[in-house]
Design a protein around this ligand. Sequence first.
Ligand SMILES: Cc1cc2nc3c(=O)[nH]c(=O)nc-3n(C[C@H](O)[C@H](O)[C@H](O)COP(=O)(O)O)c2cc1C
Length: 212
Amino acid sequence: MAVDIVNNDFSDIMFDRHATKVLDRNFKIPRDEILEMIAQATTAPSAVDSQPWRFIVVDTDEGKQKLESFMWAADRGRIEGSSASAIIMADTGWPEYIDTIFLRNRAEYNWSDEYLQLFRKVTSEWVMGLTKEELELSVTFQAGLVSMQLMLVARAHGYETGPMDAFTKEGLAKAFGLDEDRYKPVLVIGIGKGEGFASTSRRAPQDVTDFA
Ligand SMILES: Cc1cc2nc3c(=O)[nH]c(=O)nc-3n(C[C@H](O)[C@H](O)[C@H](O)COP(=O)(O)O)c2cc1C
């Protein structure tokens, strides 16, 4: 994997990330670099390596206008003001392609037949035990993991990010040419050049932790 990282300071990347509302609308992130960031972000773990996510990167005027129409009032204008916005979708259809992933893993990492069969067995037992709601919850959670990684990877590339949940989910996948029953929008992340600044505090660890 080519690594175009300009900031490799973990502490800075992690602790100086701030949700950034204002991004330089005139700066264009090269699409190759966006794909590289996605490749890096998708090192995120996923259940049985299912990788149940899909990215729609909105970086054209037409795309921005379309996405903007789904944003609620509080965040309106932020899409047109970003270099690019990534819509992160959770993919409930991963059982369709999981075997392709397994076969590739077998080829690349010399999985034995027994190991392949074990993954297939565990996966089918797990999928068959999930209700539709549980499947959606599972993929939504995993799309959250990759979203977080994307925000940190963007900082490693010298960009700031602004996550946004205030948008209408219904109709969004369809508007961008995807099957609405399969793809569930999770988050929109504005990415670009900007100044992030600290403006929030956190609850104390003692208040959110129990030891048992
Ligand atoms: C899932 C999620 C949804 C969010 N939605 C919005 C949003 O719709 N609009 C907004 O301005 N900020 C949104 N934020 C940003 C949060 O307000 C921000 O992350 C939080 O206040 C903590 O600030 P920090 O990220 O700068 O540490 C969202 C963040 C997350 C993780």
